[in-house]
Write a protein that binds this ligand. Structure first.
Ligand code: KIV
Length: 261
């Protein structure tokens, strides 16, 4: 799985053969310039999901339910998830949290909306967690995560994102549930993996979390391309005659006659 937020990233995800596209609320940080995902609204996700699905990707498209879109009651959750499906064109939604989300999962499934779970380092709980920190680091916390995984799976999520969880605990959770787990910062034993597309393309710069691998360096390549363009414009090398439109010979001589060459 990889995230996408617009037509070009959806096309790249699809061309690269990703099975799932997540229109993640990470869009707040990588596209909209927010410090966290907490400012992202349902309108934002609908807007970006609609762009992704207009690209008609082959991959299954999952829309991320932003903070407060499912915390205020199951009715709000169903209405907001319904918007991601009906207006954004998503096939499923993702919600963060373990056992405390069981009522929401049930209500969404009752409304025929497939749900992906997400436990561990859940970015919407950044303040409660005291920062973006790896979770499940002592026995009690590890047991809580295992119970959460089993509970949301029993409630009917079709897949479960494990984020920021130590490798062997993520492996144990993967072996303990009967739906595919998708890891991010959770080691190689998860059934699948997810990365934010801007991270894997190297469109984000500076220090990255330990689990990020940059498979390309598009921010550097993009900067170099714009620098080459600016140089070519300033030196007069761009555009060339081949990159220009041409009027007919007749019009050219008429213009010359009337206005001088
Ligand atoms: O918003 C997002 O991109 C996510 C993934 C990183 C799992 O939730």
């Amino acid at each position: 799985m990889v995230t996408a937020y617009d037509v070009p990233t959806a096309k790249m995800a699809d061309a690269g053969g990703a099975d799932l596209i997540l229109v993640g609320d990470s869009l707040g940080m990588v596209v909209l310039g927010y410090e966290s995902t907490l400012q992202v609204t349902v309108d934002d996700v609908v807007h970006h999901a609609a762009a992704v699905t207009r690209a008609r990707p082959r991959a299954l498209v999952v829309g991320d339910m932003p903070w407060l879109s499912y915390h205020t009651g199951v009715r709000d959750a169903v209405i907001n998830a319904g918007r991601l499906i009906a207006e954004g064109g998503c096939h499923a939604v993702k919600i963060e949290g373990g056992r405390k989300r069981l009522a929401v999962i049930e209500a969404l499934l009752d409304a025929e909306i497939p749900v992906m779970g997400h436990i561990g380092l859940t970015p919407q709980s950044v303040h409660q967690m005291g920062g973006f920190k790896v979770q499940g680091k002592d026995l009690a916390a590890a047991e809580r995560l295992l119970h959460d995984a089993k509970a949301v799976t029993a409630a009917g999520v079709f897949s479960l994102v494990l984020e920021g969880i130590p490798r062997h605990l993520a492996s144990l959770i993967t072996r303990s549930v009967d739906v595919p787990t998708i890891g991010i910062g959770a080691g190689p034993e998860c059934d699948g993996q997810v990365l934010v597309i801007h991270d894997l393309l190297g469109l984000t710069t500076g220090a990255a979390p330990k689990f990020v691998r940059r498979f390309a360096h598009m921010a550097d390549d993009g900067g170099a391309a714009v620098a080459a363009y600016c140089d070519a414009v300033r030196s007069g090398a761009f555009p060339s005659d081949d990159e220009s439109y041409h009027e007919s010979e007749a019009l050219r001589s008429e213009l010359a006659e009337r206005f001088g060459s």
